[in-house]
Structure formats: C-alpha cells, structure tokens
Design a binder for this molecule. Sequence first.
Ligand code: UD1
Ligand code: CA
Length: 466
Amino acid sequence: MNIIGIVLAAGQGKRMKSKLYKVLHPVCGKPMVGHVVGVLEQLQTHRTVVVVGHGAEAVRGYLGDRAEFVLQEQQLGTGHAVMQAEALVGSEDGLTVLLYGDTPLVTVESLQQMISFHQEKGAAATVMTAMMDNPHGLGRIIRDEQGRCVRIVEEKDCTPEQRAIREINSGMYIFSNRKLFEALSQVTNNNAQNEYYLTDVIGILVGKGEIVEAYCTPDWTETLGVNDRVALSEAEEIMRRRINRKHMLNGVSLIDPASTYIGADVQIGADTVILPGTVLRGRTVIGEDCEIGPQSDITDSVIGDGVTVNRSVLQEAEVGKGTSIGPFAYLRPGAKLGENVKIGDFVEIKNATLGDEVKVSHLSYVGDAKIGRNVNFGCGAITVNYDGFNKQLTEVEEDAFVGSNVNLIAPVKVGKGAYVVAGSTITHDVPSNDLAIARERQTNKPGYAEKIRSKFLAKKQAKQEK
Ligand code: UD1
Ligand code: CA
C-alpha cells in the first residue's frame, strides 16, 4: 500500500516563548517532530512531506533526508498548509496520513488501527477524534443520526449547542490522497478566522457523497498538542511513563520509575537494574545484568554486560563487560574502558583507552592516554596532559604499576611491567621492567621534633610574659 505522510509544522509556536522553534523542543530527549516522523517511518510511508514555515531551516537541518520539505511562507491555515504539498504529492495514489509536528504522542499502533478502520469502511477520509472533559479551543465533531461524521466546526464558529459537544478533532487524519487534494481546491477562507481550514474538507467530501468516518481513540493523550511549556511537560511525563513501561516489560527493573528518566532512543538489556535518580540520554546502549545508579547521568555511551555504575556521570564513553565505575566518577568523551576495569571514587577519564583489568581506584585524572591491561594507577596518580598549549599523550604499557600521587608528564611512556615509585614526577620514558623514582631523597634528623617543640614553646611563653 502506498502511504504518503504529511506533517504540518509551519506554525510559529509563540506560546512556547522560546528561541527554539516549537517542533524542535524535545520530549524525552527527542524533538517533537522527530517523534512524529519516526511514527511515519514505522508506517513505512512511501513519501513523507513536512510543511515548514517558521524555523524552516532548523527543522530541515534536524530531519535531513528523512523527509521532503515544502515551505508555507504565510500561515493562512491548516488547509492552506496542506495545499503547499500538492505540487509534490498531489497526484500520488494511495493513503495520506496527516499529522502535526507538535503532537508527539500519537502511536504507530493507533494509526495502524485507524488505517484498517478507514479501509474496512471504504472511507475517503477518517478523522481521529477523542472525548475531552475540557474541549476548549478545539474543533468539534458533528455526527448525523446514524453517527456518521458530517462536519467539523471550529470553536470560534460554533453555535452554543455545538460548543457543548465533547468529541474533538485531534487534527490527525487518513485520506484518500487524490480525494484530499480535489476537495482542498474547494476550501475557502470564509470563516471567523479568515483561514483556509483543513477541516472544511470533511464537509466537502460528505457533500460529494463520500464516506467520512471518525475514529475515536480511547486514549486521548495521543492527541495532546503541545502549544506551551505546560503541555510540553505533560507530554514529557506521558512519554516517560510509556518508555519506562516498555523497558520494564522487556525485563529491565526500574526501582523507582517516577525518578528514572530514559531517553526515547536508549536501549537496555534484560535483568539490568536501574536505581533511582538515574538519567539515560541520547543513543546510550546498556547491556544485560548491569546495575546503573543511583543518581547516574549517562549520555551517548555504550555499556557492556554486568557493569556497575554508581553515582557517576558518563558522556560518549565505552565500557567493557564486568567493569565497575564509581561512586563519583566522571567519564568524558573518548573514555574507552576494557573488561573488568575498576574505576573508583573521584576519578576522571577523558579521551583515554584503558585495557582489561586496569584499576584506577581513587582520585586520579587520566586524560589523553593509552593504558595497557592490568595496569594499576595508585591513589592520586595523574596524567599531566596539558602544558597550556598542547594536549600530549601518556602511554602506560601492560602490567605496569604507577604508585600513588605520581605525575606522568606527557608526552611520556611507562614500559611494560615497569614500576613507578609513589610521589614521582615522571618526565622521561621508563623502560620495561625498570623501577623509576623521581623525588627528593628523605633525610631524618634524630630527636629534632622535641627540639623544635621546645623552641616554639619558649617563644610562646616569652610572648605571654610581655
Ligand atoms: C486545528 C483544527 C482543529 C483541531 C486542532 C487540534 C483546523 C481548521 N482546525 O486547530 O479542528 O481541533 O487543530 O489541535 O484545522 N499549521 C501550519 N500552517 C498553518 C496553520 C497551522 O503548519 O497555516 C500547523 C501548526 O504548526 C500546528 C497545526 O498545523 O502544528 C495545527 O495548527 P493550530 O493553529 O494549532 O490548529 P487550529 O487551527 O487551532
Ligand atoms: Ca495546536
């Protein structure tokens, strides 16, 4: 079946009071228009046209080749917006699925049901409707005695009786594509708002003797349009619950779903446990049998099976199987950790590859480095990777031991199995299996502590006697 998707996204979205164009506001980390186009992709549309106006370039830039675009220069109404797509898809045979870029909660399942319903009924148009306790501002569905949808009336054009109708127009439709564009050519702007109403197409098709149906969705939230930040937060909450539920049904334990924030594109393996206060963003992929959280914030990272992340922040990091991170670690872009690595408290890793079994247990900075397998970084050992101008590489080969509080001044290399004594500041390469010591030799002065104490005491007494 040939399906043509049309997304209306030309309105300004003034009530968002934002520099960001409305349909680019994210819901669970993904721009609203991305959710909508994603649903059309799942429907396998043959073509997808997005009608853009305000912020056209930004929307185009975000969607790229996922859609074709037409510009609606002036926003003269929803009917006028669809007319802009005529040159591209007006002569296509098949079904039109018409959605709004600011209605991100619609699901592919509902649209599939609506398409089946539309086909069973042999309809020229099917409108998705919902029953609302408060239908304020929305178009009302007028049905005849047989229950057929005969017209949609905008609130501003309603009689008092029509205003009392609770069944509303969601703005989402299925059309026979050719019949849609034929009817659109008859739409005028002769109404309270002087707009070209897409909704008039319904009355026009009925007038031609076509079958028009209304598909009332049992879940009104799918029709939630986002016009301001209050609605945005409502959409966020509903989407979040859906995402969390999906993961739980897939075998992921969320100890407290209400405080767990998982982005729309995040993947998580079965038997992983997510503890409260955790935020998973972007294209993050988490394996099976992990324990993530509490209070961890992970963005665009890939985490293997059986990993523990405790109260830590990860950005564009890769973490191998069985590795444990935190508490209070910070993995920055380019951190690539092998298997069974241990990263402890207050450790920062940036642009560094760590082999399997590496231990960096406390208070270390490892930046711009290549660390071989089974290396031990002592407490407070750091790479000195920046001289104020350039970032330089530190290499530590496998099985080397870097003592506590060592400074590795890059560029520098510690060879395989070498031993760097605690407190050393290493400026030259350490050959394999050598021991490096680079610190002042200690001297002890016998009994001097007692001497120094009496000296200070004498001074104090002299002061008091004055
Ligand atoms: C429209 C429907 C109304 C329905 C409501 C659901 C019409 C005439 N009315 O209301 O029955 O209950 O949606 O939300 O269709 N847009 C454009 N270009 C335009 C005008 C609008 O692209 O010239 C886009 C907007 O960006 C938005 C969508 O179309 O995404 C709906 O526009 P909006 O003004 O919110 O809808 P209404 O016309 O008030
Ligand atoms: Ca709207």
